[in-house]
Design a protein around this ligand. Structure first.
Ligand code: ADP
Length: 862
């Protein structure tokens, strides 16, 4: 196979090469007749992604050029696959007339990328696809995320540089389809949005003053200061870049379409990747199970489904805001009939957001316009149904459910009842709606009737009984007379075509009618097109109002969905406050409960307060420890999302973050061992948690030997208990029953165990949590590598030594250990060890840490 450059010089290949040079980072799809063809490296790459055959075309001695093609009529499916694989696609289409023997004029009509493809064919209904620009300066990193199919421009700014954990977490919950960064030597960390298309832009795209102008322009604000975006310069510059990029991709961003929203780090809970995964927020851990998103989703509109997903990843931390959401769910939870009628009305609002976006981009179909008409009619119905509800959030949202004045009437007057998916064949406009169109259609009808009668009229006039009137595509309408009657042909007939046994004629009158019929059709179609374009523009003019109504409908949809779940699954309204307490009666794990079937799940209580901060939960494997831990985390998260919770009663003091360390999954791609991953995750928790966090730790230290693991586990609990900035609510599950000794020396630690029933040789798991307590490698090394705080490491080493001295592991499984006298840290002897213990790792850059390590090693060497 040969490269594109080495292939022949046919005109089409020369042109293709020129286009390729213009769009080097896109797969260029060339329209050749009924196919889109790709050549050279593009063909090789696309064939693999698309699973189509890679063929080739010979160029004599030069060799064969790789080629592959997809049928034009099915191209959207293939293009979507390329976009999903994170590729950019340039469509090089035929725009001129096809004339035999001449090269058709071709143009790049569209450059599609994962972040800028707004066509319905390329989008997932329940998911937002955001185009995200990142900019880092002055120790802060700005994120600007534009939902090109909905118009929302979200600005977030986090402290730190490209490596900041907050940046990764924010990006991970944004559903990023494409990421834009300046081409100024910036290297994003490999772990940041892996697999997402990265587009490098000239640094000028991130220019601060141009960014302000752009933001002012798209929002229609008279002054930048009015947007309230002061003090987030990095985010503003990123916003400038994303807007400039989307404009270049020929997306329409004006006309009230873009609406800016700012998210501050403080108002929502940050959720890291483990926690999202462990709590199965979006993706179930096992293939067969359900995710929390699936369980909660009873929405009736795609907009509602998208908002629910977004809210799930953005739990609130402000009790008053959470309370307002609970009020809204509360207002709907008891009214099954109300929910039912509300659901029906909402369903009719459909995906108003994306429908309007398609009008703004001028890509809406007649059917889309019909759906918008239906949505406009449904909005007042939604409002009406909620007229007696008093919850603030619902009242406010209902007030926004208004269709722009007269728009529905305009759509109704102009569009037929059930408009088709394409305007190609005409017939979308209601007869009587437009005089000009009616005239074109009526004129055509008159001429058609005249032609239909022509045969009879001419037979009578000429006396030729076998005379026929017909039509073919080349000659149009004609009058056919068999040769036998040639003499009787009227003089005004003009001969047009000679057949074996007959002649075909036309007349001036027939020609005139013909042009009325054929030209009239074209003119009618053109007029109709014009009317539809006007209508689309009218909808786009109302984009801001319609999008606001769409958002309000989505909010109502989400509250209704949560009310449905609460009613059907018997969830209760939690009390959320700033108390720092977690107090749950009869809590359940919603996903395990559903998997087990009705009545088989054993509910459990949970109490964490100022006096009891840490629960050490012991019990054998498979007893239900992990389920219990997750259930407490899920109840907390659900409460802060604004949902009711699976419990008989719950009081939740808001958590600033929920951390989970559950199970061990090898990060094979990153080349880390199970234990290393476990230690790295635990270290991250100890670094990032605060006194207001909830920490869930499941089987810490399991990945190494017993003494080793237990020592690390105990040291971690001690650290959580003692470190002044921590003392956070913690659930700690372990199968090392020796850990129960901690409660005796750490006064805010309480023991709990999972009840087991022993009968003869067999054991039955009761899955009941009851008070009280109930069975080792070189793990500490790995813990240090993972960046565990120095104090914890030193303490773990001491404990390990003590354990090895005092508690032989053989035959363990018997009594809880004696109270250990390990309250005070014994000063280590060697000066290097001492210095290690004093080292504040949090203050060290990786490079400084390496230098320090080299220095200490030098001094430690004998
Ligand atoms: P452990 O963490 O102690 O190893 P798990 O939490 O993974 O145990 O639970 C093991 C299994 O026990 C679960 O898959 C579930 O089927 C069942 N189980 C756990 N908790 C309960 C409960 N409260 N009620 C009923 N079954 C439960």
């Amino acid at each position: 196979m040969i490269d594109l450059e080495d292939a022949g010089t046919t005109p089409i290949l020369q042109q293709y090469r020129a286009i390729k040079a213009e769009y080097p980072d896109a797969i260029v799809m060339a329209r050749l007749g009924d196919f889109y063809e790709m050549f050279g490296a593009d063909a090789q790459e696309a064939a693999q992604i698309l699973g189509v055959a890679l063929t080739g075309r010979g160029f004599g001695a030069a060799g064969r050029l790789p080629m592959c093609g997809v049928p034009h009529h099915a191209s959207t499916t293939y293009i979507r696959r390329l976009l999903d694989a994170g590729r950019r696609v340039a469509l090089w289409d035929q725009v001129g007339e096809v004339v035999a023997g001449k090269l058709v004029r071709r143009e790049v009509t569209r450059v599609l990328s994962p972040g800028t493809a707004t066509e319905a064919d390329y989008l997932e209904e329940a998911r937002v696809a955001r185009c995200v620009a990142l900019h880092s300066s002055g120790g802060r990193t700005g994120i600007a995320a534009l939902d090109t199919a909905g118009g929302e421009l979200l600005l977030i700014e986090v402290a730190g540089d490209w490596d900041a954990a907050a940046l990764r977490e924010e990006c991970e919950r944004l559903d990023v389809a494409e990421v834009l960064v300046a081409d100024d030597g910036t290297e994003l960390p490999a772990g940041l949005l892996p697999g997402t298309l990265r587009t490098m832009l000239p640094p000028a795209f991130f220019d601060a003053s141009r960014a302000r102008d752009r933001l002012r322009g798209v929002t229609g604000a008279s002054a930048f200061d009015g947007l309230g975006l002061n003090g987030v310069d990095s985010a503003v510059r990123a916003a400038g870049a994303v807007l400039a990029y989307c404009e270049r991709a020929r997306l329409t961003l004006s006309g009230g379409f873009v609406h800016v929203r700012q998210r501050s780090e403080r108002s929502t809970m940050r959720l890291d990747a483990q926690t999202r995964r462990n709590l199965e927020l979006l993706i179930p851990l096992s293939g067969s199970g359900a995710s929390l998103a699936t369980l909660l989703d009873r929405t009736r509109t795609p907009m509602g489904a998208r908002l629910l997903r977004a809210r799930l990843l953005e739990p609130l931390t402000e009790p008053l805001l959470i309370l307002a959401r609970h009020d809204a769910v509360d207002a709907l939870v008891d009214g099954a009939r109300l929910r039912e009628t509300l659901g029906e009305a909402l369903a009719a609002v459909r995906d108003l957001e994306r429908l309007v976006a398609r009008c703004v981009q001028r890509s809406a179909s007649p059917r889309d316009l019909g759906t918008i008409r239906q949505a406009c009619a449904a909005l007042p119905a939604v409002q009406d149904i909620l007229s007696r509800v008093t919850a603030d959030e619902l009242v406010a949202a209902a007030a926004r459910c208004v269709a722009p004045d007269g728009l529905a009437a305009r759509l109704r007057a102009l569009l037929i009842d059930d408009p088709p998916a394409t305007a190609r064949d005409g017939g979308c406009v209601r007869p009587g709606a437009d005089a000009e169109l009616d005239e074109l259609v009526a004129g055509g009808a008159g001429a058609r009737a005249w032609i239909a009668e022509l045969e009879g009229v001419e037979r009578r006039r000429s006396g030729i009984g076998s005379l026929k009137v017909g039509y073919n595509r080349v000659f149009g309408y004609y009058i056919e007379v068999p040769n036998a009657h040639r003499d009787a042909v009227p003089p005004e007939y003009v001969r047009k075509q000679t057949l074996v046994g007959a002649e075909r004629y036309i007349t001036a009158d027939l020609k005139e009618r013909e042009s009325t019929v054929l030209g009239g059709r074209d003119r009618a179609l053109a007029r109709e097109q014009q009317l539809l374009e006007q209508l689309t523009a009218e909808v786009a003019d109302h984009a801001a109002a319609l999008l606001d109504a769409a958002q309000a409908a989505a909010i109502i949809d989400v509250h209704r969905s949560l009310a449905c779940v609460a009613a059907e699954e018997q969830w209760v309204r939690p009390l959320v406050d700033a108390s720092g307490v977690i107090d749950v009666d009869q809590g359940r794990h919603p996903l395990v409960e559903r998997a087990l079937g009705a009545g088989r799940f054993v509910p459990n209580d949970c109490r964490l307060d100022a006096a009891e901060r840490i629960v050490v939960l012991t019990g054998p494997n498979m007893a239900g420890k992990s389920t219990y831990l997750r259930q407490v985390a899920l109840i907390t998260l659900l409460a802060q999302v604004g949902s009711f919770v699976p419990a008989a009663r719950a009081r939740i003091g808001v958590c600033d973050r929920i951390f989970t360390r559950i199970g061990a999954q090898d990060d094979l791609s990153g080349g880390m061992s199970t234990f290393m991953v476990e230690m790295a995750e635990t270290a991250a928790i100890l670094r990032q948690a605060s006194g207001r966090s909830l920490v869930i730790l499941d089987e810490i230290g399991r990945g190494t030997s017993t003494y080793d693991g237990m020592s690390i586990a105990e040291a971690v609990v001690e650290h959580l208990h003692e470190a002044p900035h921590l003392n956070c609510r913690t659930l700690f599950a372990t199968h090392y029953h020796e850990m129960t000794g901690l409660a005796a020396r750490l006064h805010r630690v309480r023991n709990a165990r999972v009840d087991v029933l022993e009968e003869g040789d067999g054991v039955t798991f009761l899955h009941r949590i009851v008070p009280g307590g109930a069975d080792r490698s070189y793990g500490i090394h790995v813990a240090r590598l993972a960046g565990m705080p120095a104090g914890v490491l030193v303490r773990a080493r001491q404990l390990l030594a003590d354990l090895e001295r005092e508690r032989p592991v053989a035959g363990s499984g018997a009594d809880p250990p004696d109270q250990l006298s390990l309250g005070i840290a014994v000063a280590p002897q060697h000066p290097v060890v001492e210095e290690l213990a004093q080292l504040d790792i949090d203050d060290l850059t990786p490079l400084a840490a390496l230098n320090k390590l080299a220095e200490l090693r030098e001094r430690a060497a004998p």
